[in-house]
Design a binder for this molecule. Structure first.
Ligand code: COA
Length: 207
């Protein structure tokens, strides 16, 4: 059955994403993991080694989801998959609330309880994790990760490959640069430049 989806990754994030895909009545055929991966991931057989991607493509599989929590690694493996000719699919929980005017990229994950409000934009490969809220006009960058229970007010921009730790909050119209990390529980009340790590309430740059 080659209309099944291939999931790259076999860890905790992959477990959640597989169940999101299955909740949409999709069939996940295989996971592709590293050599140290378990033999199965929530019941899906795991093939060990990235070389399996080429083999699966040759066998006729064409749809893929990259379920890797690390932003740079997710971006790299997605690029490899696209180069091999795979098409990225989305894993979106039926329990997420998404505005009809939101714009969604490909290869994104939106977990249960997440809300994406009017005219927000979610770029390719982004993760909007469990219970996170992304309000109107927010722009979430390429391969960014908004962790569980984050709250982004209206008009917030989050740059490419940035990570907002669990439970962090951002006031309206803030711009967070590329490759930024906001620590768990951080409250962002001013813009953050590229590459910074900020923690605390209010969030202050520590790196
Ligand atoms: C911000 C973070 C990435 C920093 O990790 P790190 O680079 O290993 O930094 P350290 O643990 O060495 O901490 C550096 C300093 O920042 C402080 N700090 C770290 N995280 C903090 C946080 N979330 N809030 C407040 N202070 C924090 C530490 O206490 C330490 O302070 P000190 O120098 O005065 O002792 C990490 O602590 C964090 O919050 N990760 C979020 C993980 C998460 O939400 N995962 C969700 C997965 S879905």
């Amino acid at each position: 059955m080659t209309d099944g989806i291939i999931v790259v990754g076999a860890g905790g994030h992959a477990k959640v994403c597989i169940e999101l895909l299955e909740a949409n009545n999709e069939h996940v055929a295989y996971c592709v993991g590293g050599q140290d991966s378990p033999n199965e991931c929530v019941g899906i057989p795991v093939l060990k080694g990235d070389e399996n991607l080429e083999r699966l493509r040759d066998a006729g599989y064409s749809r893929i989801f990259v379920a890797i929590g690390s932003n740079p690694l997710r971006q790299r493996l997605a690029a490899t998959a696209i180069e091999l000719g795979f098409r990225l699919v989305n894993a979106i929980s039926p329990q997420a609330i998404i505005s009809p005017t939101a714009r969604l990229g490909t290869g994104i994950a939106v977990m249960a309880g997440a809300t994406i409000n009017a005219e927000a934009t979610i770029a390719d490969l982004a993760i909007i994790n469990t219970g996170a809220t992304v309000d109107h006009d927010c722009k979430i960058g390429h391969a960014a990760h908004i962790a569980p229970q984050c709250g982004l007010a209206g008009g917030v921009t989050v740059g490419a490959l940035s990570f907002l730790g669990i439970g962090s909050k951002v006031i309206p119209e803030i711009t967070i640069g590329d490759h930024v990390t906001v620590g768990a529980g951080g409250v962002v009340i001013s813009n953050i430049g590229h590459g910074a790590t900020a923690v605390g309430m209010p969030a202050r740059v520590i790196k």
